[in-house]
Design a protein around this ligand. Sequence first.
Ligand SMILES: [Zn+2]
Length: 490
Amino acid sequence: MRYRSVSVLVSICVLVRWAVCPLGAAEPDWQVVEQEAADLLSRYVQIDTTNPPGNEIAAATFWQQVLAREGMEAQVWESRPGRGVVYARFKGSGERKALILLHHLDVVPAQRTEWDVDPFAGVIKDGYVYGRGAIDCKGVAVVQFLAVALLKRMGVPLKRDIIFLGTADEETGGQQGAGWFVENHFDLIADAEFLLTEGGGIRIQDGQRAYEVDIAEKAPCWIQLEASGPAGHGSRPLPDMATVRLVRALEKLLRYQTEIKVVPAVQAYFTALAEREDPDTAVRYRNLTQALTDPTFRQRFLANPTYNALVRNTIALTVLEGSSKTNVIPAQARAQLDCRLLPGEDPQHFLATLAKIVNDPHIRVTVLLNFPPLASDADTPLFRAIRTVAARRDPTAPVVPAVLTGFTDSHYFRRKGIVSYGFTGLALAQEDAQRVHGLNERVPIASLREGIQILFDVLQELVRNPSPNLSTGRSKALSEEASTDYRASH
Ligand SMILES: [Zn+2]
């Protein structure tokens, strides 16, 4: 029923779009846009915002200047010395609540010696823009900016304001960026209903495309285990030394198998994926809880690290610290565990379970980072706008509400009641997607172009004011004027 009403809506939208926006009159010159996107990203990558220390103020100022050239006044703050936040608002009629386009200004470190190209030179080569942040998240910012800039250049009437927001510090938790902004300047976005940021996009696997929209994220529950015991000389081992205690505790934790559970958001993801699977797999995906009781299927399914992480809380041992000298028994030994909890989980209950398993009063457990796992509703005008655009471009590609195994800054906004999705419009094959945070990060220029087209279309679906009072004649005049405007600005 819902699908039927959506398809009727699609037809109406398409008609309206053709009526007020005849193709050819108000379509951007995508060749020019593609070139602009590649150049802009190349320049943006050259601003080194490696976090730590970040130095995002340089990136915030960069956007302030870029926005000024579009006639947009942006506000920039320094949340801490060197840390920047940039905010600008594209004004609409205010008939509907605002939409935020969020990206982060910082990037993770990159070793020049390990890369084939200089990660901060903004190299354009063989149809790609190379550099740290080319995808995460500078490429996303360029797509977001150009999608909105095109609407403005073309004079498209908006019923919602669109907020362009770039924040510091996402890669180390966002406290100096999105967290700081929400705490100190929430009044500036209090009228926002929706937010789009990094995470999902178009996943290309075995030549097939799927539009993945992150509606939920697993939540981090990062903990430190600290064991203490007598210090001494390595030549006289002690039975209760800190390192031994710690290893015993870790062994118990690593042997612990977390419960397998399929939460509703994850079931929805696999139900959508089932559409393109063979009949046998499709049946299993449609009732995953049932399917996972079959040992053969379970083993095959859990062998995929992403799928495994989607159906259970995970515990990864990542940091180990003991003595720095072979012949010294340290008084303390520490380990850090990167635990991730499914949507709906209670962190306190999870921590109590771990304490019970360790069962050692000489091990101190400290929580390093935790916030409750939150999800956004998938039945919204924004999700439907993405669905509509996807159906128009790729009629056979599924549009999938997904759960991210990692986390972004979305939680700061979800906590405030803003429906937040991870969706960039960037189409990435596995080969490029896996370079994020790795070596030789790059984005195909064709994906930048398509990402802008998709977001431009999604925004039109969601924010365009169809102005039913406009006659076709007047619309045409408006479109032509807008079109001239657009060419003039280049
Ligand atoms: Zn990122």
